[in-house]
Design a protein around this ligand. Sequence first.
Ligand code: GLU
Length: 594
Amino acid sequence: MMRRVRTLLGVTAACAVLAAPVAAAQEKQPTARGTGGAAASVDPLATRAAIDVLRKGGNAFDAAIAAASVLGVVEPYSSGVGGGGYMTIREGSSGRIVTLDSRETSPKAMTPNSFFIDGQPPTDAQFPINRYSGLSTGVPGTPALWEYVLRRYGTYSLAKALSYGERVAEHGFTVDQTFFDQTTPNVPYFADVPSTAAIYLDPDGTPRDVGSTIRNPDLAKTYRLIARKGVERGFYRGPLAAAIVAAADNPPLAPTATHTWRKGLMTKSDLSVYRVRRRVPVHIDYHGYEVWGMPPSSSGGTTSLEALNILQHSTPPASRIQTLYRYLEASRLAYADRNAYLGDPAFVRNPLAGLLSGGYAAQRAALIGATAPQGPVAAGEPAATVPAGDAASVDRVGSTTHLSVADRSGNVVAYTFTIEQTGGNGIVVPGYGFLLNNELTDFDTASTTAPNRAEGHKRPRSSIAPTIVTRRKQPFMTVGSPGGASIITTVLQILVDRIDLHMTLPDAIAAPRASQRNSATTEAEPAFQSAPEGQQLISTYKEAYRLPAGNEIGAATGIEFRRGKSRRRGPSFVAVAEPKRRGGGAAAVVTPGR
Ligand code: GLU
């Protein structure tokens, strides 16, 4: 695969943002060490935007929103204002950890059988019919989150933060091999929608070539509109809201369209009632660390923390291989509970205290046997008052992006945001330059009884898991990843590798991954399977493997913190992105050092 290269075109002296030479913007460094502040993302332009803000005196929240606005341009298939996400933050001034839920929300008119096809629950093979449709689009939460974060925690105006993304949209970015490969499977559907094809396909209907430039003046205009009017008037009401409703309810197809696109159920009032939810984080103490995660509507924090707690309550492993085996099996058990119990807290009584209690972890740990079960295990009973639901669940891998930012004042941002599948629902809102999400296919669309069934004004259960770890209340590390249902195991494996197996954070992020999600076989990257550990897991523990689609699991970023020598210099950071997965990411610090 070609090295992923993104360059900002047409940088002028007046265009001070990302003002370093284009050559510097091309550099992709997966690990950076130093002081003053740190950022890591999948894209060098986004990381550079964050560092630019920090260098100019903005805080981690300003930097995160500036970088997110760039990701919305250069990672349009994985993020942007047409989608949603989750943010875990640490406020430097108080040390408090807060989680913010900007998950997309279904239209009021949605019912458990809205995704049925010809009166029947959809099959896996029918997924594209629901995905590429207006029906799969939830009310976006991303613009609301960006404004909320800046108002509450930032020092930048929305206009100032969005100017970073606006300029990249205006000047363009260069298509690399990863982007080309992401476009390819979408071509037959993008070709049906002129507003999408105009940006992401060449006139002959093929993906934009590697090395060509994609400019998106419509998206730049959208950023300016939101900046000028604020998200309430600029996005959730008015002409832009009307355009979203029109695009979802009557997909804007070419007369030559070759697929049938189902119509959505969205109304303007669904948009106007959208709110970011501030939630109490889930939390456990783990081997002397405090681990903080995202509560429902995401299952990410609860499930990864339940698995950690199970590990903590099993007999201390005598070897590295035992640790890995228990990691896989703890994850299997936690997944069984995830599927049976978790969903949007406005609809589902999530037994969080039960699932995360020490007693329950010990009960679950006792179920880890000498060899791996050759199929799914049953959910446990964490709290007698909450009946387990139908354990139907979505276990699909889509695309998302994770951004890690920290400043010298102890503010930390872990932000995972998404439009669900790579390319979302395939519809660029005409005139506004952004893709809509297909997040509502994260509901258990084939079940009318599962806790995560489709319902009106509900948030589909996510696996997103932006995580912050503290030690004696001081930041120790932060991590997160894309990868749909495998996000949970990616975050969990990195935590186990770092905390239990004492790897460095760069090594933990680069390490080959395996992901057990309560199924007969464990997904494992080829490098994991061929390593001696993989072989030993098969021979000793009867762990069976299969390859994941695309052979990669996740694309994490993270930051580790070391207490600084002097208060004036603040902490030192190790910022980390993937060295290889998804073409490699970009990490940077304000002042490089050791
Ligand atoms: N829709 C997924 C979730 O919320 C994220 C997309 C992905 O990375 O697959 O869990």
